[in-house]
Ligand binder design. Structure first.
Ligand SMILES: Nc1ncnc2c1ncn2[C@@H]1O[C@H](COP(=O)(O)OP(=O)(O)OP(=O)(O)O)[C@@H](O)[C@H]1O
Ligand SMILES: O=P(O)(O)OC[C@H]1O[C@H](OP(=O)(O)OP(=O)(O)O)[C@H](O)[C@@H]1O
Ligand SMILES: O=C(O)c1cccnc1
Length: 492
């Protein structure tokens, strides 16, 4: 959408960590800028102690890469940076080089809205070392946050069991883009609408809302507040009933609802925002039904998250619509996804072959995976049964694959390549810097999340101790990684 582009397509190239630019300078000085490299963006643990994550943020990444450039102003600023000796940090020739740098990489990525798991590359960038390096920070910034919020939202929507979830988080979000990007990701995760009007305009998300306590407090009485609201907005009446006494509030809302009905309008709903939401929603439902307002919905808000919604569902609360703010947009119980971006292959100096790369660590989970990675997801009867991370340059010779858990080599699973029962998740997005992928609209991405979640066994979606979905390295890649680690540790 055009308006979206105006906000996010400005030149964001300097929205990066300084070390990307100092390394870029180093590569340039060492004559390494154009060595072909492959980097992968992945995370190591599912967020929220859950069993899966939702990939999100690719659209921002695409806009950023399509508008990649270093402007006169950027160069002017970079030329003012000083080193420890108080001399210019970057020599002018390097800045000239940077200014002429164009984005020419290949990008393959998992589509937004896909279900993804730890260790899987969400984005794979292949191209000149300097370009791949410079992109790290912003790619992580965009994908980490949005994937986190889309995952949170999908959990909250699962807890609501198909009922409407409204995202109310802007006022508690982490700044301006923390609000906007969260509204977008929350919608992708399954929310029906947002209260954030600019997000509605930019991303074409439905906007919805009720009214605040201040409205009720601005009148002599609650009933006067509801009736005045109904006069002004007869087609948008959800009354907030808990400013003074919730049960009395429901009765006042019913009075105002009767006036609306007389005038031929619908009494759309009430909102509960405090107290025992199970008890109050049940009482409110009884009162509404007794007054003939069986279609009038009960919206609930107040620090909700997936666990409280789940509990309210188990208590048989009579809530139809869930308003969720703070805990959704701040990902309250886990504020960062922790995705990383690692080099996995580099052309040798002679440019004749790939050198595969790993980052070692004492912790197995932190040892990166080498190769030109792709993900293959296997299905049986419409359910996904396991993912293989494999090396595109070393495809297994036969159709019987073994996947091995990189954290525990005794955990293995056999997968058979059967036509129509697998798919590769990384799709071409850019080829030689030119976009080859058409961005889907948000509704399509939201529908994808729903469809993908249906392919996951329910044990993987439960909130408490979810079953862990099998993701492994294809045996060829596993062996390759093990050899590399042994070599680096100099074990014969
Ligand atoms: N029946 C229920 N079961 C589980 N949790 C509930 C139930 N009813 C409300 N809650 C949750 O309990 C928490 C109550 O928080 P708190 O005590 O701060 O609110 P309150 O006193 O009801 O309202 P406020 O302080 O906003 O006037 C909220 O997170 C709310 O969503
Ligand atoms: O609880 P959250 O999940 O963050 O949802 C958003 C909250 O924001 C509003 O409260 P606030 O007290 O800011 O304003 P109000 O007067 O409209 O209630 C609203 O009533 C919700 O309680
Ligand atoms: O419209 C609402 O009810 C709303 C909007 C923002 C925050 N809390 C509630």
């Amino acid at each position: 959408m055009k308006i979206t582009r105006n906000l996010y397509s400005s030149n964001l190239t300097l929205l990066t960590d300084l070390y990307q630019l100092t390394m870029a300078y180093g590569y340039w000085k060492a004559g390494m800028t154009d060595r072909e490299a492959v980097f992968n963006l992945f995370f190591r643990r599912n967020p929220f102690k859950g069993g899966y994550a939702i990939a999100c943020g690719l659209s921002y990444v695409i806009d950023f890469l399509e508008n990649f450039n270093i402007s006169d102003e950027d160069v002017a600023y970079l030329s003012t940076l000083k080193g420890n000796d108080d001399k210019q940090l970057f020599e002018p020739k390097f800045l000239d080089y940077l200014q002429q740098l164009e984005f020419t990489c290949d990008v393959d990525a998992v589509e937004e809205g896909s279900v993804v798991f730890p260790q899987e590359p969400l984005i794979r960038i292949k191209g000149s070392l300097i370009q791949c390096q410079i992109l790290e920070t912003l790619l992580l910034n965009m994908v980490n946050f949005q994937s986190l919020i889309a995952t949170k939202s999908s959990r909250i929507c699962l807890a609501a069991r198909g009922e409407e979830v409204l995202e109310f988080g802007l006022r508690r979000a982490q700044g301006i883009d923390g609000g906007l990007a969260a509204s977008r990701a929350a919608y992708i995760g399954g929310c029906a609408a947002t209260s954030n009007v600019l997000a509605g305009k930019l991303f074409d998300i439905p906007v919805k809302g009720t009214h605040a306590h201040s409205w009720v407090m601005s009148f002599e009485s609650e009933i006067e507040a509801f009736e005045t609201y109904a006069e002004a907005l007869p087609n948008n009446c959800i009354f907030l009933v808990d400013t003074y006494d919730t049960i009395e509030g429901v009765k006042h809302a019913i009075k105002a609802g009767n006036r609306l009905k007389e005038k031929g309008y619908k009494f759309a709903g009430i909102r509960l925002d405090s107290g025992d939401l199970a008890y109050l929603s049940t009482k409110a439902r009884e009162l509404l039904d007794a007054a003939g307002f069986t279609e009038t919905v009960i919206v609930a808000s107040n620090d909700l998250d997936e666990h409280i919604i789940d509990s309210l569902k188990q208590q048989d609360a009579k809530i139809n619509v869930w308003g969720v703010g703070t805990k959704m947009v701040t990902a309250y119980d886990q504020p960062a996804l922790g995705g990383v971006y690692k080099l996995s292959a580099l052309r040798n100096k002679e440019n004749t072959a790939w050198d595969y790369k790993v980052k070692l660590s004492e912790q197995a989970i932190k040892i990166s995976t080498p190769g030109i990675q792709q993900i293959r997801r296997f299905y049986a009867n419409g359910e996904c049964i396991g993912d293989a991370i494999y090396d595109e340059e070393n495809l297994p010779k036969n159709d019987n694959w073994t996947i091995i858990d990189p954290m525990d080599m005794t955990r293995r699973k056999k997968m058979t390549i059967v036509e129509g029962e697998y798919k590769d998740l990384l799709k071409p997005i850019f080829v030689n810097g030119k976009r080859v992928y058409k961005k889907p609209d948000l509704q399509t991405i939201q529908a994808k999340v729903k469809d993908e979640l249906k392919t996951l066994h329910r044990s993987i979606k439960r909130f408490t101790n979810p079953h862990s979905y099998p993701v492994g390295l294809e045996k060829g890649l596993y062996d390759l990684k093990t050899d590399l680690i042994l070599k680096l540790r100099e074990v014969e």
